[in-house]
Design a protein around this ligand. Structure first.
Ligand code: COI
Length: 355
């Protein structure tokens, strides 16, 4: 159990207006959580302080070798005014999986969840209420030894910042256009693809820029060895509904194990909808498309929730899915997940945690 010191801001900021579109990741609340790590002391000095700039040495290791990790989860306000988190224990677990891969010291699961609850509680008035909005929670850890040799740092900072957000994609629930990358790869088995660390996202930017220039929202990655099996979209995992079956790539070590991905699989099982986690090739997707059995494509992610995909391009081949409308399974998943997150539907899986 952490002993968290709280220092409240003396100059609270104006909160966004009720009709603010809350462009993803642009507005930050009044406070942030910080905790330090030193080898001799372990994690210590947990505190909630006014949101603001931090001071680091230019030699801090994170700037040079990228030893860092981050997470993403959301807090929602229910109609009766409660604040709910969605599966924060899964983020705690994934944090420690990432930390082990990157030689960052682990954080006890209960401390991770306690820190999130505490900082959200302090800024609870920032949880937006409008439909489709939430408070995005960004925990992250950076390595801060002032040192230029390559080795794991001995000192770290764990921080949590909060941002009221609307939809991740400006398209909202309208289908997005996805570029299937044929030149670069995101990750390979044995690499860091399943870790939630900045390097994976930095590596994706070149393709994202190319995709944006061509009018596409995001990049879908193929595996780095055969260049033919579907992996993930970077900001989300991907699902295909083919001839009545919901199919998503299995977790091979190079794909991020998404919390929303896991929840979608659980819901499909509950609904007795056949769901398969397996290798799926780009050729199989095109074949289904040509046979008219590609019924739905959607991405899943904390930021993206359920994001229908209406158009995919691979080399010079294009798939136009469902003439631009959201499919019934994608829609039902979106309604069910957000219904549980907002406390409107019974939480039979015990996924929500009250702040
Ligand atoms: C999330 O969905 O929370 C993520 O971390 C994806 C991020 C790139 C916005």
């Amino acid at each position: 159990m952490l002993d968290i010191r709280i220092e409240k801001t003396k100059t609270p900021k104006a909160k966004p207006a009720a009709d603010d579109p809350l462009k993803f990741g642009t507005i930050f609340t009044d406070h942030m959580f910080i905790m330090d790590y030193e080898t001799e002391k372990g994690w210590h000095d947990a505190r909630i302080v006014p949101y603001g700039k931090i001071s680091l040495e230019p030699s801090a290791m994170v700037f040079h070798y990228g030893q860092e990790m981050f997470e993403g989860l959301k807090a929602y306000k229910t109609e009766d005014g409660r604040i709910l988190l969605f599966r924060p224990d899964k983020n705690a677990e994934r944090t420690n999986n990432t930390n082990r891969r990157l030689c960052i010291p682990e954080i006890p699961k209960e401390d991770f969840v306690q820190a999130i609850k505490a900082v959200v509680k302090v800024d609870e008035a920032w949880v937006p209420e409008k439909e489709g909005t939430s408070l995005y929670i960004r925990p992250f850890i950076i390595s801060v030894d002032p040192f230029l040799g390559v080795r794991p740092s001995n000192t770290y900072m764990f921080m949590i910042i909060l941002s009221p957000v609307g939809p991740y994609y400006p398209e909202g629930l309208d289908p997005v256009k996805i570029w299937i990358e044929d030149e670069y790869v995101r990750a390979v088995k044995g690499g860091i693809g399943e870790a939630k660390t900045g390097g994976n996202y930095a590596a994706s930017l070149k393709s994202q820029v190319k995709a944006h220039e061509e009018g596409y929202s995001q990049v879908l990655w193929l595996d780095g060895v055969h260049r033919k099996y579907i992996e993930e979209v970077g900001a989300m995992n991907i699902f295909f509904k083919i001839a009545g079956k919901v199919i998503t790539p299995e977790l091979t070590g190079s794909i991020l194990p998404g919390v929303t991905r896991d929840s979608v699989i659980a819901l499909c099982k509950e609904w007795k909808l056949p769901v398969e986690e397996r290798r799926i090739s780009i050729d199989e997707i095109f074949e289904a498309y040509e046979n008219n059995t590609l019924e739905e494509v959607f991405g899943t992610g904390t930021a993206a929730v359920i994001s229908p995909v209406g158009h995919l391009r691979w080399e010079n081949r294009i798939m136009q899915v469902r003439d631009g409308s959201i499919g019934p399974v994608s829609h039902k998943l979106y309604d069910t997940l957000t219904g549980i997150q907002l406390g409107k539907l019974p939480d039979t899986h015990n996924w929500t945690v009250q702040v």
